[in-house]
Design a protein around this ligand. Structure first.
Ligand SMILES: [Zn+2]
Length: 169
C-alpha cells in the first residue's frame, strides 16, 4: 500500500517537473564517444592536450587558442553536445567543478576573476571556458596567438601546482 502511494507521488512529481522529464530523456540516451570529436579523442588519449585536472566524469585542459593565458576548458568525459542536455546531476557537477577550479586558476594566473563562457559551437562536445580576466570585455578578446608548447607547459604546471595546494578561495 505504502509503495503504491510513493509511486503515485513520483509520477505526479515527474509529470509537473519539466527538468525531471528532460533528465530522464537524457539518461535514456546511450552516450557513446564520437570518433570525430577532438575532445573525445583527448579523453581517450588519442589526441594530446595540456591536462590540468580530472576526476571520474570530467577533464580540464588548457584551451589551445587561449583568450588569456591560463584559459582552461572543463568537459564531461561523455560526449554530450550541449550543456543543458546533460542529466541535471552532471550539469550541477560541472558547475561545482567549475567553481572549485576557478580558485587555483585565478591564484596561478594572478587574475582578478575567472570569467565563464559556454556556447559550444566550435567543438560539438559540451565545454565550459574558464578564463582568467582582469576587466570587462576580456572574454570577447581575440586571444593570445603564437603560444609555444613550453609556455603551455609552464602555465599547466602553475595551475596543477595550485590545484595540488587545494586553494579554495
Ligand atoms: Zn566528444
Amino acid at each position: 500500500m505504502n509503495g503504491d502511494i510513493s509511486r503515485r507521488s513520483f509520477i505526479i512529481a515527474g509529470g509537473v517537473g519539466l527538468t525531471l522529464s528532460g533528465e530522464l530523456a537524457a539518461q535514456a540516451k546511450d552516450i557513446k564517444p564520437d570518433e570525430n570529436c577532438p575532445f573525445c579523442k583527448i579523453v581517450a588519449g588519442k589526441l594530446s592536450a595540456f591536462k590540468v585536472w580530472e576526476d571520474k566524469h570530467f577533464l580540464a585542459f588548457l584551451d589551445h587558442k587561449p583568450i588569456m593565458p591560463g584559459h582552461t576548458l572543463l568537459i564531461p568525459k561523455e560526449h554530450y553536445p550541449y550543456l543543458f542536455e546533460m542529466p541535471e546531476k552532471r550539469c550541477s557537477e560541472i558547475m561545482s567543478r567549475t567553481r572549485k577550479l576557478s580558485f587555483p586558476i585565478r591564484s596561478a594566473m594572478s587574475s582578478k576573476r575567472i570569467g565563464v563562457l559556454v556556447e559550444g559551437f566550435g567543438v560539438n562536445h559540451c565545454h565550459v571556458h574558464l578564463v582568467p580576466i582582469n576587466g570587462s570585455n576580456e572574454l570577447t578578446r581575440k586571444g593570445v596567438t603564437g603560444v609555444s608548447d613550453e609556455e603551455f607547459k609552464r602555465v599547466a604546471d602553475l595551475i596543477t601546482t595550485a590545484i595540488r595546494q587545494n586553494i579554495e578561495r
